[in-house]
Design a protein around this ligand. Structure first.
Ligand code: SER
Length: 319
């Protein structure tokens, strides 16, 4: 029986991850932590500033933690507004966890990387695992540096750190915060509430995305994979679905015919244009049998179904 700590448990991915881990393992053995109090009471929650190494160490000791999922980070759009602070936070939380792994307080660590590690000179379509990487956002630079460091720790010290490069993640439980791919979540809330969305990305901006259940499966599967089979010591490419704001709007219109969209691209457009359109995940498929399940239509249907419970009953929702 292992004890698990999720850092950044109130975030978009953390919320779903804690729920999935508690369903899979003993609920009281999955400790949720975040820098902010959760909105709902949780008996197994601890306030934690992950930039404070001694505070992290104390929780690891108090709960006899074996595995850590480090989900705390400043995302791409937010990081551009506070470059030095975002760099400091993103690197500090990672180094604290790497050092505590090296000191023997963590047996297995999950740390997510991102499609943001790629840049304008990366081949944009079917982006390979090994390719040009020239990120030009603070977030991307911190993720690429982090990838190099986890490989270094995996190779030089007796630690076990695992990682995937998340694409944009779409989910209904918790809103994302400060990312370039956030439009793909906001659009659903606006569609159900106001029948209209103004996209901050241009109509034909294609980006790699993934529905949350697939992202959670990838995360838990790589943590459960046989260590010997994991050839990639930095971070695995994982692919889901790729679509544009226009294609997503059309998919939503199938169920909400009176939904409309217009476009007012802002500074996030340049970030999106520096990232891939689609990802090649052959290594993840070979090494730990990764394959996504949700296509665009299945994701849109499930999102609308779940969110329609949150907003007043929609008579024109054709589900
Ligand atoms: N969804 C993230 C962002 O937009 C990418 O990792 O910042």
């Amino acid at each position: 029986m292992k004890n698990i700590l999720v850092i950044g448990a109130n975030g978009q991915i953390g919320t779903d991850l804690v729920a999935a881990l508690r369903q899979k393992y003993t609920p009281q053995r999955v400790i949720a932590s975040d820098i902010k109090e959760p909105t709902r009471f949780d008996a197994h929650f601890k306030l934690l500033d992950a930039t404070d190494k001694e505070a992290v160490r104390q929780i690891l000791i108090d709960f006899d933690i074996d595995e850590v999922y480090l989900m705390a980070a400043i995302l791409s759009a937010s990081a551009e507004k506070i470059p030095d602070k975002a760099w400091e936070i993103n690197m500090k939380v990672l180094f604290n966890a790497l050092e505590l792994s090296k000191e023997g307080f963590i047996n297995k660590l999950f740390w997510p990387s991102s499609i943001a590690v790629f840049g304008p000179h990366t081949p944009r379509i079917d982006t390979p695992q090994y390719t040009v990487m020239d990120p030009n956002t603070v977030y991307g630079i911190s993720k690429l540096a982090g990838e190099r460091w986890i490989e270094y720790y995996n190779n030089h010290y007796d630690v076990d750190v695992r990682s995937v490069r998340y694409p944009g993640i779409i989910s209904w439980k918790t809103l994302p915060g400060g990312g370039t791919t956030d439009y793909a979540v906001e659009i659903f809330h606006e569609a159900l509430q106001n029948r209209h969305y103004t996209s901050f990305l241009a109509p034909h901006t294609r980006l790699p995305m993934m529905y949350m259940p697939d992202a959670i499966e990838a995360t838990i599967n790589i943590m459960e994979a046989d260590k010997e089979k994991l050839r990639i010591k930095n971070s695995y490419n994982i692919a889901g679905i790729s679509f544009t704001p226009e294609e997503l709007a059309t998919a939503i219109q199938q169920y909400l015919p009176d939904f409309s969209i217009d476009y007012q691209p802002d500074f996030r457009q340049a970030i999106a244009e520096s990232w891939p359109e689609s990802i090649n995940d052959a290594y993840a498929f070979k090494d730990w049998h990764w394959h996504h399940k949700y296509d665009l239509d299945a994701m849109v249907r499930d999102m609308l179904q779940n969110l329609s419970n949150k907003y007043p009953k929609e008579e024109s929702l054709l589900l």
